[in-house]
Design a binder for this molecule. Structure first.
Ligand code: GLU
Ligand code: ZN
Length: 298
């Protein structure tokens, strides 16, 4: 068998153990990769220590194993890759693609999270750098970014409405947007399948990829699973941790959440048979073209 050019990944942040919503996302990227004979990688996005929970990374990997989602190669840990993120910052700085921003949270409060470009003209020369703490922001040039999402269809984002975003924070932590682009390029990712909550990260990542001369990636954003009040299942709203004693019912429920139509009684088969059914019968076109799905209606 010749190797497929498909390389996908699941990239959890270790802020807590996996719950049903994260299982759906992991399963979608796994099945999409395996259906195309592709490689499937796992990357631990542990670059934001204040948000992380001790032991969560290990629990996530354990849950993936228990649910039969076996990944290729070694897990990549972002916490070990700071020097590569710094190289990317240096490159962006040389290209004048980023600028130092000294704005305080209080100053930005009136703009509701959309950075109005106040520091856009600040110099990024060593000798002119501010002596107070500053963040680095990408100058988006108010570009319009388009991409064709395999599930949600053609997407068009005006960067002006998203604002220039941070690539390195005042506290010297590298931003998710930067680390994701550096690592997707490093791991030669060709396809990303992830939750719709990240769809407005995609235009940001595309603008970074083009600033850094990186390869383009094909995207698919699946609906996120929400509770009746519209909140995404998450650790913050105490979505239950995936049970590790019996993965089969939730694997079948996750297939259903992805619009696949598993035959009656599939959950009585082995875990491997459930996954194999999913790989063989995977049809991305059956996934709901929406931003969210109510868990209570699955
Ligand atoms: N680490 C991110 C998260 O858990 C997801 C990254 C990605 O899939 O691009 O929300
Ligand atoms: Zn600023």
């Amino acid at each position: 068998m010749t190797a497929s050019p498909y390389i996908g990944r699941f990239a959890p942040s270790p802020t807590g153990p996996l719950h049903f919503g994260s299982l759906v996302a992991a399963l979608a990227s796994y099945l999409d990769a395996r259906h195309q004979n592709g490689t499937w990688l796992v990357r631990m996005e542990d670059i934001d220590p204040p948000r992380e929970q001790p032991g969560a990374a290990g629990k996530i990997l354990k849950a993936l194993e228990v649910y039969g989602l076996h990944w290729d190669g070694e897990t990549l840990y972002q916490s070990r890759r700071s020097s590569l993120y710094e190289d990317a910052i240096e490159q962006l700085r040389r290209q004048l693609a980023i600028y130092p921003c000294t704005c305080s949270r209080k100053q930005l409060q009136p703009y509701h999270g959309i950075y109005p470009g106040l520091c856009r003209n600040a110099s990024s020369n060593d000798k002119d750098l501010p002596d107070t703490p500053y963040a680095w922001r990408l100058n988006s040039h108010d570009e319009v970014i388009k991409f064709d999402d395999r599930i949600q269809g053609l997407q068009c984002f005006d960067m002006k409405t998203l604002g220039d975003f941070i690539v390195k924070r005042k506290e010297k932590l590298y931003a998710y947007q930067l680390a994701v682009c550096v690592d997707d390029e490093f791991q030669k990712i060709t396809h990303i399948v992830r939750g719709h909550d990240l769809i407005d990260s995609t235009p940001r990542q595309i603008s970074l990829q083009s600033a850094l001369g990186m390869n383009r990636i094909t995207y698919a954003h699946i609906p996120v699973i929400v509770q009746d009040n519209g909140d995404k299942l998450s650790k913050q709203n105490l979505a239950p941790e995936l049970p590790l004693d019996e993965p089969r019912p939730l694997l079948v429920k996750a297939l259903q959440a992805l619009g696949q139509e598993p035959p009656k009684g599939l959950e009585d088969e082995s875990k491997a048979d459930i996954i194999n059914w999913g790989v063989e019968n995977w049809n991305l076109n059956q996934i709901a073209k929406s931003s969210s799905l109510l868990e209570s209606e699955l």
